[in-house]
Design a protein around this ligand. Structure first.
Ligand SMILES: NC(=O)c1ccc[n+]([C@@H]2O[C@H](COP(=O)([O-])OP(=O)(O)OC[C@H]3O[C@@H](n4cnc5c(N)ncnc54)[C@H](O)[C@@H]3O)[C@@H](O)[C@H]2O)c1
Length: 368
């Protein structure tokens, strides 16, 4: 069927590592066109480049902006675009603190804005299949979950792009934020978190390695390990063909979900179970079958969805409020790592709300 929509006119705010990838995703999508870029650095680009977002918006007729600049700029950039009436795809993390993310949530509400958060993995077919399988009881009642994201980033990632080594970055905000978003999506809300972080491998101010324990409201418990210093085949980016930046590792995985009647690994969708005619029993042989899911890139699916959000045909799959919930979890994990205490998410949110009301000079936890 022919799509009769005029291509959505998109501006990119930020044309670095990830901005250039977004330009490629737009190039692949007939219903979108890249019109302009805002970036203060001199960049070689196929469309007009402006030094500020403001200049880009004033000079060009845009429908939407994809914000791919450094994390500390995200909230102000997004609010500027929303105030101009544009639909926004905002890269993760939406902010560098929970309090900042709430400022974004307020702005989206106040302006009745359309904003999608770039947790692209949510658009991957394996996540839709996993969520449906869990809901249908394919592995019985969920008991626990574990996961890994570990890959050795090149040293120049930190030396050539200084913000990657400064507070507001670090493996938790840059990488683990995607995983915790997905674990909340698949397993439900987290009620308690414990964490340990380390700067041992790289010696930077920001953590290179982190391990978190999670207790979910359902009673499920789990853990997640992330490192940008450790070589490994395990993690979402190695286990999918989402981006050529990460060579695909066959049979890799990111998450292992265990239930009372089976187990599921994600995103390869291997399901393990005993013979269904007998009661689950650890002496029985396990069989492995694979759930079906189409092969689609998360980024292409995310962009298609974003175009529907721009046209008012779909509500954002990942909202600012969703992202704020995950940032609260990341920040509570950082607090746990700094204090050695288990952090109750309910108490953490209440404390943050109280701080915001009573102390305008409140400083959020730093991630080191
Ligand atoms: N979804 C994902 O999987 C994914 C992957 C990588 C990065 N990211 C996110 O994308 C964002 C960018 O990361 P990166 O690795 O491309 O960083 P980068 O430093 O390579 O690129 C950022 C670009 O923004 C530009 N910039 C700086 N100030 C600006 C401003 N005021 N307005 C517009 N542009 C400005 C910089 O000059 C640079 O070109 C980060 O938020 C990061 O977390 C997401």
């Amino acid at each position: 069927m022919t799509d009769t929509h005029a291509p959505v006119r998109i501006g990119l705010a930020g044309y670095g590592f990830m901005g250039r990838q977004h330009a490629e995703f737009i190039e692949r999508q007939a219903q979108a066109t890249l019109v302009a870029i805002a970036d203060p650095a001199p960049v070689d680009a196929p469309v007009p480049v402006y030094v500020t977002i403001e200049a880009m918006i004033e000079s060009q007729q845009l429908d939407a902006v994809i914000i791919v600049n450094p994390n500390v700029l995200h909230v102000d950039s997004a609010i500027e675009c929303l105030e101009a009436g544009l639909t926004v795809l905002l890269e993760k993390p939406v902010a560098t603190s929970y309090a900042e993310s709430l400022r974004l949530v307020d702005a989206v509400d106040r302006l009745q804005g359309r904003l999608l958060v770039g947790h692209h993995r949510r658009h991957h077919p394996s996540i839709t299949s996993s969520a449906a399988a869990l809901a249908a009881g394919a592995i019985g009642d969920l008991v626990g979950v574990s996961g890994v994201w570990s890959a050795r980033k090149e040293d120049v990632y930190f030396t050539e792009i200084p913000w990657h080594a400064e507070p507001g970055a670090g493996v938790m905000l840059i990488n683990m934020v995607h995983d915790l978003d997905l674990l909340r999506h698949l397993c439900g809300e987290v009620v308690d978190v414990q964490a340990m972080t380390s700067t041992h491998a790289r010696g930077l101010v920001v953590e290179d390695t982190a391990s978190v324990n999670l207790r979910f409201a359902s009673g499920v418990v789990g853990s997640f390990f992330a490192s940008d210093a450790g070589v490994s085949p395990w993690g979402w980016d190695q286990a999918t063909e989402d981006t050529l930046e990460f060579p695909f590792v066959r049979d890799s995985m990111a998450y292992q979900l265990v239930g009372t009647r089976g187990a599921l690994s994600v995103p390869d969708l291997a399901r393990y179970s005993y013979d269904p005619s007998v009661a689950p029993n650890w002496h029985s042989p396990l069989s492995r079958t694979y759930l079906e899911a189409p092969q689609t890139s998360s980024y292409d699916a995310q962009l298609k969805h974003f175009l529907a959000v721009v046209r008012g045909e779909a509500a954002p799959l990942v909202t600012a409020a969703d992202a704020a919930g995950t940032l609260a979890l990341i920040e509570a994990a950082a607090q746990s790592a700094a204090t050695g205490r288990t952090i109750s998410m309910e108490e953490f949110r209440a404390q943050r709300a109280g701080n915001q009301r009573s102390d305008s000079s409140f400083t959020p936890v730093t991630f080191n």
